[in-house]
Design a protein around this ligand. Structure first.
Ligand code: SF4
Ligand code: SF4
Length: 677
């Protein structure tokens, strides 16, 4: 049997096996629910070029450059490897060396250089894993070393083959292959027969490793080589800052309790994880010792899909999956404790190089627990009851909502007469500390002559915590009622002072057919200062001010500059930045409904970790723009015994302190004029 016939048999077997493995895995994706990720093809293609081929998020980390090099070496060497395989099948007709020298020689030079770059990148990756391992254990897994070794072996075989051919004098591009030429020195003195044997040995090593690598891919974490590029194509075209609505019809299932209840894109995400561990690095829950590891959540979804495979109910007439999706103690199952630990801060999604959407999956599984199984931490029972009965987290009677305004003559919102609805929010209306921020905002609005009013006791909770906690049923009712009130009253523009209200009204309520112009108070104040409507003197000496980004203002809605600019205008100085700031900010620990839950035992509370980070900059003031962050920092300072030395202020309170020193505005205060309620 000639060598190329033998290779043809090996090649055909390897390709069939590869296609069968890929087919079996991709067939499982089709079990997911439908979702349209094929719109705006041009934009999607651009995303793919920019983020997958440009590796934009990968290179944000120093060592990401090594991955960038390896990725592009891999892409370029795909040409060489395709030629290698085709040449193996049709040695007399297909060979790069049959091209003109003007084409072949530059190609040979590129392949030579790229191969040495790839080998260097592999050595660095192995060295890093051995000497400076990333914080997650899988970086040093056997699989990681197998993959890197296979790539390294492929490069060594490439050089061995070409070096033997150069020594034989049969490589026409010898002068254009500096590395292979240098390596050929090791064969000096070897007989012609010996050189032929060495060339054969390296050729077969190259062929077997290449085909073996191909077949290993679908069974390893390196499946992402096949899926991560399309996953960038299918990424969400908008910020992932909301959750799909549920339809409350009899017979419907809610949330995700088994893996096939994810959409196909949710399942495709799980195949695309590169297991780079970036999400784990930034997760506030994981970083403070909780069991949540976002990388593992995605990994377990993949394992669950693969383990259950053909045993999924759709294929076995109702027999349940062998491995539960939500459960304890199996690879492929995610524990309830893990699901409740998430603050939905979005840091994981912000860093993921392949745009995996962790938060919607976690919330979907929470929905299943709450709506299908009535399983949730006991502490949430009171919250859910209070929300349902009194539409606020504390179950306080609605008339209390207007108490904050007892010293102010606040007018109700009236369409045609009032420009802005000032949506106070539950904390702003009912929490003693947050009420001070509400008053500060009211004074600022009046000082700028803004026409504003409130809904008074008719205001309901926006429902943010309910939605993130998976209690979609109560959220849905609340949102419908709010949207009805907004529509009946003709509300078009809304000012919020809580990023959670801001994001919910702006992003979630769109699903209810209302498009509101929602503005966070920091944005409005910035605009008022810029337009000259709000004139500020210099505020008190607040010492060093450290600013903390709220996740739902920053990462969820891209508002980073407004609070900083307002602080600078009010104090004359830009705030000091914490190490983790803007889109890399570290959560205060209150998002995703965690505000209403005790932290599970861990290394430390998230708010304490963040407070320590702020205290590391020796501030006199920690500035926030969210009532939840306010509570978390004040609690954190108490925990650290630093409450007497450091104060927490909202951006509005800093501005209010400058107001008193500004020349009086000539405009009549709008919010405080008119009838009192
Ligand atoms: S959203 Fe935040 S808390 Fe939740 S998994 Fe991601 S990084 Fe962790
Ligand atoms: S989910 Fe994304 S960030 Fe996390 S390990 Fe996978 S690829 Fe990396």
């Amino acid at each position: 049997m000639s060598e190329n016939v033998a290779f043809a048999i090996v090649f055909a077997a390897a390709m069939l096996l590869f296609m069968w493995s890929v087919f079996r895995r991709f067939r499982l994706i089709t079990l997911g629910k439908p979702e349209n990720r094929f719109d705006h093809v041009g934009k999607r293609l651009w995303n793919m070029v920019f983020f997958a081929f440009g590796q934009r998020r990968v290179v944000k980390r120093v060592f990401g450059v090594n991955h960038f090099v390896l990725f592009w070496c891999f892409m370029i060497l795909m040409i060489a490897n395709t030629e290698f395989l085709l040449h193996g099948l049709f040695p007399d007709t297909i060979a790069l060396s049959k091209l003109t020298d003007g084409v072949y020689h530059p190609l040979a030079l590129v392949f030579d250089i790229v191969s040495v770059l790839a080998l260097t990148a592999v050595v660095l990756a192995i060295g890093r894993r051995l000497l400076f391992p990333p914080p997650y254990i899988e970086a040093r897994s056997r699989e990681a070393f197998i993959i890197l070794s296979l790539v390294g072996l492929l490069m060594i075989a490439f050089f061995g083959l070409h070096a033997a051919e150069i020594e034989q004098g049969i490589e026409g591009a010898e002068d254009y292959m500096p590395v292979a030429s240098a390596v050929s020195g090791i064969f000096s003195g070897v007989s012609t027969d010996g050189l032929e044997t060495w060339a054969d040995v390296f050729w077969w090593i190259h062929a077997v490793v290449l085909l073996g690598f191909l077949n290993y891919l679908p069974h390893s974490k390196h499946m992402h080589i096949l899926t991560s590029i399309p996953n960038c194509f299918f990424r969400s075209l908008e910020k992932v800052n909301t959750q799909p609505r549920e339809e409350f019809k009899k017979g419907n299932l809610f949330g995700v309790g088994q893996v096939t209840q994810f959409t196909w894109k949710g399942l495709f995400d799980s195949y695309s994880c590169t297991e780079c561990g970036r999400c784990t690095d930034v997760c506030p829950a994981g970083n403070t010792g909780k069991k949540l590891n976002p990388r593992l959540v995605i990994h377990d979804i993949k394992v669950n899909l693969l383990k259950n495979g053909a045993a999924l109910p759709e294929r076995t007439n109702g027999k349940g999956p062998a491995v539960p999706l939500i459960g304890e103690g199996h690879e492929g199952s995610i524990s309830e404790e893990v699901l409740w630990a998430c603050t939905t801060c979005g840091a994981c999604m912000e860093v993921c190089p392949v745009f995996i959407e962790h938060v919607p999956k976690i919330v979907d599984m929470r929905r299943n627990l709450v709506e299908m199984k009535a399983r949730f931490p006991e502490q949430l029972l009171t919250l859910f009851e209070n929300m349902e009965q009194r539409s606020n987290p504390w179950g306080i009677a609605p008339p209390e909502r207007i108490k904050w305004a007892s010293d102010l003559n606040v007018r109700p919102f009236e369409a045609g007469k009032t420009e802005y609805l000032f949506y106070i929010g539950c904390a702003g209306a009912l929490d003693a500390r947050a009420r001070k921020v509400t008053v500060a905002n009211a004074r600022i609005l009046d000082a700028a002559g803004i026409s504003w009013g409130t809904l008074g006791k008719e205001e309901l909770c926006c429902g943010d915590s309910l939605r993130r906690l998976g209690n979609e049923y109560v959220f849905d009712r609340m949102a419908q009622q709010n949207v009805k009130t907004f529509s009946e009253k003709g509300v078009k523009k809304v000012i919020t002072q809580c990023p959670h209200c801001f994001s919910t009204l702006k992003n979630d309520y769109r699903q209810y057919g209302i498009e509101l112009e929602v503005i966070h108070h920091t944005e409005l104040i910035k605009d008022l200062i810029a337009s000259g409507r709000l004139r500020l003197g210099k505020s008190d000496n607040l010492g060093t001010i450290v600013f903390h980004d709220s996740c739902y203002l920053g990462r969820y809605n891209g508002v980073y500059d407004a609070p900083r600019s307002v602080i600078a205008s009010a104090t004359g100085d830009a705030p000091v930045e914490m190490h983790r700031h803007r889109d890399q900010s570290f959560c205060c620990g209150a998002g995703g409904g965690r505000m209403w839950m005790e932290e599970s035992p861990g290394k430390k509370n998230i708010n304490v970790a963040r407070t320590e980070e702020a205290l590391g900059l020796s501030p006199k003031t920690i500035c926030v723009c969210c009532p939840y962050c306010m509570t978390m920092f004040e609690d954190g300072l108490k925990d650290k015994g630093a409450s007497d030395m450091v104060q927490v202020l909202d951006v509005a309170e800093i501005v209010e302190r400058s107001l008193s020193k500004a020349p009086a505005t000539e405009k009549e205060p709008a919010g405080s004029a008119g009838p009192t309620r």
